[in-house]
Write a protein that binds this ligand. Sequence first.
Ligand code: COA
Length: 140
Amino acid sequence: MALADLDQVLEIEAQVSVAPWSRRNFESSLHSHNQCWVLCKNNDLVGYAVLSLVADEAELLLIGIAREAQGHGFGRLLLLHILDCAQKLNARAVFLEVRASNHVAQSLYASEGFNEVGVRPAYYPAKKGREDAVIMALEF
Ligand SMILES: CC(C)(COP(=O)(O)OP(=O)(O)OC[C@H]1O[C@@H](n2cnc3c(N)ncnc32)[C@H](O)[C@@H]1OP(=O)(O)O)[C@@H](O)C(=O)NCCC(=O)NCCS
């Protein structure tokens, strides 16, 4: 991901995220040590992901696939790439948080070996009230 990708990334993020990251969030991620990736098909940017690494623990902060491109294997492709990056950076494990209602993402993560390791009650603002975060982890 480069600064020049941000217009397209922000457009997708606004489409697919309940609480979208701002341009500033992406800029500071790009200026940090985070791993920031985009996935392109031909010349179209179809998805993005951000991974942070602290000591030997990685955290998948964000993953999104454009709505019209969802369900065609791009999310899995990007996740596998991110897991490969984490392994190459010597991470011992990858953690992530996902909304309790987000069964699509949870089933993708579970199918790649993530296990549920905890719940943060009422963690996310939701359309009505608040929603739990499910914490998932994959150990290499
Ligand atoms: C979650 C997300 C990244 C998955 O990407 P995707 O490209 O749509 O997913 P894929 O086509 O690679 O499918 C991977 C798996 O997800 C699950 N899945 C995908 N679409 C699904 C659907 N409509 N219903 C149920 N499960 C589905 C399946 O387990 C699928 O595996 P399978 O094809 O072997 O059955 C994408 O849907 C997305 O951007 N969602 C909005 C943002 C988001 O929720 N991000 C994650 C926050 S933690």
